[in-house]
Design a protein around this ligand. Sequence first.
Ligand code: TYD
Ligand code: MG
Length: 462
Amino acid sequence: MARDGAHYVCQSCGGVHAKWAGQCPSCGAWNSLVEEKQSRPPGALKPAKARGVIFETLQSETPEPARILTGIGEFDRVCGGGVVPGSAILLGGDPGVGKSTLLLQAAASAARRGARIAYVSGEEAVEQIRSRASRMGLADAPVNLAAATALRDIVATLKRERFDIVVIDSIQTLWSDAHEAGPGSVTQVRACAGELVRLAKSVGTAVILVGHVTKDGQIAGPRVVEHMVDAVLSFEGERGYPFRILRGNKNRFGATDEIGVFEMGDQGLGEVANPSALFLGEGGARAPGSAVFAGIEGTRPVLVEVQALVAPSAYGTPRRAVVGWDTGRLAMVLAVLEARCGLGFGDRDVYLNVAGGLRISEPAADLAAAAALVSSVSETPLPQNCVVFGEISLSGDVRPVSRFEGRLREAAKLGFDHALCPVLPGRKGAEAVPSGGFGLTGVSRLGEAVARISESRFEGSS
Ligand code: TYD
Ligand code: MG
């Protein structure tokens, strides 16, 4: 350690180093190390005597405190069944996606249910929040509203008032006078989040921190806060679409990968109980290049339309554009279609779009993307009531995926009666089928799927 407990913190990755350097040894960023002094309380220079650690049993003697339900069902579910008292939650998302709106609604709803809620904003003035609340019909909710950015004041108040939930909007606007760095810097964000998390544990107030995501998709520049908090939620949405997805990325008190779906309207966010209907677009005849993917998001099956367009390229280098899916994954599916099925994309532009603004990350979407691409190339629409799912391997195999039944059941619920999917090993597909004459076209190789689609050969389709 350098003199006086000083150390150097990288403003880009959050790495802590004993010595200053022009380039961060952790992430390689230039000129990003900033000195941070550790303020030691006077008289604490002499190391204290160790007291030993007391071990406990796994079984708790005190009953688990009841979770605080905000009454916004989608939010509570993503939190793992309500907010745990004394926990710290980070809600990340792009500026303007609706984080403040969501938390104001959750705060108002929880307050109406009798919880003691504080909403501290460093971004907006009290009047602004009030006018938004009145537009959303929340003005009468007993939320304690404040505009503040000084950490010291906020902490002192929270110690005194003992709220059930405190929303801090946002962590980047907070400022601790124990550090010289400006608000929003890694040093400040780390210090403020650390202090609030400690406070949450000690007074039993649940703290929800809002964090804006930077261009490269990381919260507060680096992910300095993620490891401190109990749950990391992200709020996502594509520009131009009203749908917003609340996703649990880390949760010490519940399942991760859980999603909540909302729709942004002129009165704030509305919960979407049946997301499949939303992401399917309009009914009517399915056009070539469209496939319905039966996916699983968190614990819920969700049907989404995957659209592909393959067109002759006007330039030397063909274009590949993807919305809502992984570019690398598309490149892989295209390569497998070329190498194993003899389809050429070298002189064609490929566009792939996931309808409704959802982002899919499941490998089971491979076959749906491939089906949409093949359907577009062959100009043959898939059967109207057909869902598609399955993972594709580099060798061209179509691999089974998890939650077979759940996917089919959701499809059946929405009026689909047919699936193009992997063959389940050791099991007849029909056994997994919901009652009511579901047609299954099981394929074990991508080539089979290509032939089936381009020749419109499906089992028992209507
Ligand atoms: P906001 O919650 O301020 O975003 P964040 O806190 O993530 O930066 O949301 C701002 C956007 O939401 C803004 O573009 C307007 C839109 N909006 C609506 O469409 N309807 C509404 O009722 C509200 C409150 C906001
Ligand atoms: Mg905001």
